[in-house]
Design a protein around this ligand. Structure first.
Ligand code: PRT
Ligand code: ZN
Length: 210
């Protein structure tokens, strides 16, 4: 039996469940249950907060997980990635107030930046030789500039309408992300074989969708 952790409820949930079903794996899921067993494949599914998934897979509490690369890399475990899945595509971008002048990332030198991604942003700014004050907040990051909490933000963007709605302008992409399958690095031979079977089916699903 192999154990897969997916997001309980959020932007990854439906596509994760659909992918498993399209792999020909049947299971019963209910809103109240935090785990379920497949009926025709030796798979147990755990439903968790996405932020907890990389750590659980790193520690072997779960063997496999489906999570966004943004969360995976921020958690510090990029090496767990085994397969890109092609959904939940988004980008982590810097944004400033609409009327703020911005020519390059150097303009952020010494500025206050609000983000939920201090690791990824910190590494990006260091690579650009820019020193800024990072303020880590866990949600509603887009409101920070308009209430004077920060000069800029770095947050996940997909359509861009949330930035627009908060009077912000996207100025720089820092990181591109999509959902990925991750795996513990010390799987038993038996679990490695199950992972290989799952990857084979996932690749077939992606080819069929194109
Ligand atoms: O409860 P839990 O912790 O599990 O979920 P969560 O609230 O942390 O995550 P969730 O469900 O919002 O997102 C899960 C993953 O989906 C993220 O980690 C990304 O990998 C991916 N993803 C794809 C997104 C978006 N698109 C996205 N648009 N995550 C967040 N957003 C936010 C964005 O920050 C903005 O505030 O959605 C808002 C709308 O975006 P726009 O640009 O379309 O307006
Ligand atoms: Zn989360």
């Amino acid at each position: 039996m192999i154990r897969l952790a997916i997001q309980k409820s959020g932007r990854l949930s439906e596509d994760s469940l659909n992918l498993i079903r399209e792999c020909g794996i049947s299971f019963v899921s209910s809103t109240y249950k935090l785990k379920t067993e497949a009926t025709n494949f030796p798979l147990e599914i755990l439903f968790l907060r996405d932020d907890d998934i990389p750590g659980y897979v790193q520690d072997g509490v779960a063997d496999l997980g489906i999570v966004g690369q943004n969360v995976l890399v921020e958690a510090g475990f990029p090496a767990l990635e085994v397969e890109t899945l092609g959904f939940s595509k988004c980008r982590l971008s810097l944004a400033v107030l609409r009327n703020e002048t911005y020519n390059s990332v150097a303009d952020l030198q010494g500025k206050n930046i609000a983000t939920s991604y201090p690791e990824i942003l910190g590494r990006y700014l260091a690579g650009e030789g820019v020193q800024a004050h990072l303020h880590t907040i866990s949600g509603s990051v887009e409101i920070a500039p308009s209430i004077g909490l920060a000069d800029a933000i770095c947050d996940i963007v997909s359509s861009g309408s949330t930035l627009l709605g908060n009077g912000l302008r996207e100025v720089q992409t820092v990181f591109r992300s999509e959902a990925v399958l991750i795996a513990n690095q010390q799987l038993s031979a038996e679990k490695q074989e199950l992972l290989a079977q799952l990857q084979f089916r996932m690749q077939a699903v992606r080819r069929a969708r194109r």
